[in-house]
Design a protein around this ligand. Structure first.
Ligand SMILES: [Fe+2]
Length: 375
């Protein structure tokens, strides 16, 4: 653990409470509010439930956000927001809607397209003046407390992260009620995504003490509650614990970034259709095993804190947990074949900044071997 020097900066005001999304009018800046969500959250009334509580405000909805949101959706949403002179953007959903909201809240007052600022674009956002509020509806992404968005870059045909100091939200509103209707499969995959955030912050080559403690707390909460939240969707205690765990893991990885698990998830989502959580969790046991290469002592300590005899026991335990949640644990269950592995390896290694934070050798041979071990 690096005790000699570290920096921690997480400027998002967090509000937590059951039912608090029903009345957020005091949080709104100006009179023109845009709620950004996916079609499902609009059709089922969740987005309107938030909008209806904003008495006296003009509420607009953009409900076309897709999983792995595209740069095209970001630009379309920004145009809609500019046309309606939006003063507060509320991102409601899993990572996709919150990530789009981060960029849109900047594009309202900065000209042009997302491409002018991202993926080689040379412009820099002006200081954001539109208020940004993020409301997670899954207990997984942690996007509400990070300054990162991940987008499908339509021009390049790949998923790419976008990190920007203007993306820290003004506030994150955490309401466990938002997760009560999540289907079990989504509870499982998003919950394991949160576990990945925590363990990747912990074993990260840029880990820092504050984040280690947050990460350990998040992992314990997830291991203690995910099966209950999965089997009993209405168990409010388990739901509350899971969304706190996701938030806590989010704060941890907001400082460290993620590692090889997330780097390899990009090709598995864009090319094999796995949800983000599944695409991450499937390599979690294998990365846990290789983490001993450079973080042996620290990982041994973690394994024992979490109730396992050693790191291999932890890796086996995580795999068993995923099986109990009916999640795939082999790449062939996602349709991946042996001949796909070199390509997945290359795309994963392309996310070099993340990959290099893994506490193990991460060259082509090592990643190919890791993938073969779980084919
Ligand atoms: Fe993630």
């Amino acid at each position: 653990m690096n005790m000699s020097q570290f920096n921690f900066w997480m400027p998002v005001h967090v509000h937590f409470g059951v039912g608090i999304t029903k009345n957020m009018v005091n949080e709104i800046k100006g009179d023109h509010v845009l709620i950004v969500c996916d079609p499902f959250l609009y059709k089922c009334g969740t987005a309107q439930g938030i909008g209806n509580g904003l008495t006296g405000k003009d509420v607009y909805y953009f409900s076309e956000i897709e999983p792995n949101p595209s740069t095209t959706s970001v630009d379309k949403c920004a145009e809609y927001a500019r046309a309606n002179k939006i003063t507060t953007v509320i991102g409601v959903g899993g990572g996709s809607s919150m990530d789009v909201s981060k960029v849109v809240s900047c594009l309202i007052t900065s000209p042009g397209s997302i491409y002018d600022y991202y993926a080689g674009g040379k412009q820099v956002f002006k200081k954001r003046t539109v208020k940004l509020i993020l409301i997670p509806t899954t207990a997984g992404t942690g996007s509400e407390v990070t300054n990162v968005g991940v987008f499908t870059n339509v021009k390049a045909g790949i998923k790419m992260p976008f990190v920007c100091g203007e993306f820290w939200a003004d506030c994150a509103v955490i309401d466990p009620e938002m997760t009560y209707t999540l289907p079990p499969a989504v509870t499982a995959s998003t919950g394991m995504d949160a576990f990945c955030h925590a363990i990747e912050a912990y074993w990260n080559r840029e880990s820092l003490p504050l984040c280690d403690y947050l990460a350990i707390g998040a992992m314990k909460l997830i291991l203690e509650n995910i099966q209950t939240a999965y089997a009993e969707p209405n168990n409010t205690a388990a739901r509350g614990a899971m969304i706190v765990a996701s938030l806590t893991a989010g704060v941890a990885f907001s400082q460290t970034r993620t590692t090889g698990i997330h780097a390899l998830s990009f090709p598995l989502t864009t090319e094999f259709g796995a949800s983000h959580g599944l695409a991450c969790a499937i390599t979690l046991p294998a990365f846990t095993r290789i983490s001993t290469e450079m973080a042996s002592e620290k990982m041994q300590e973690l394994a024992q804190i979490l109730g396992f005899r050693d790191v291999n026991g932890l890796a086996d335990g995580l795999e068993k947990l995923m099986v109990s949640l009916n999640m795939p644990v082999r790449l062939n269950q996602l349709g991946v074949k042996q001949e796909d592995l070199p390509h997945i390896t290359r795309v994963g290694l392309g996310a070099a900044a993340q990959m290099q934070l893994t506490p193990a050798t991460v060259n082509e041979a090592a990643i190919q071997a890791l993938l073969e071990s779980i084919l």
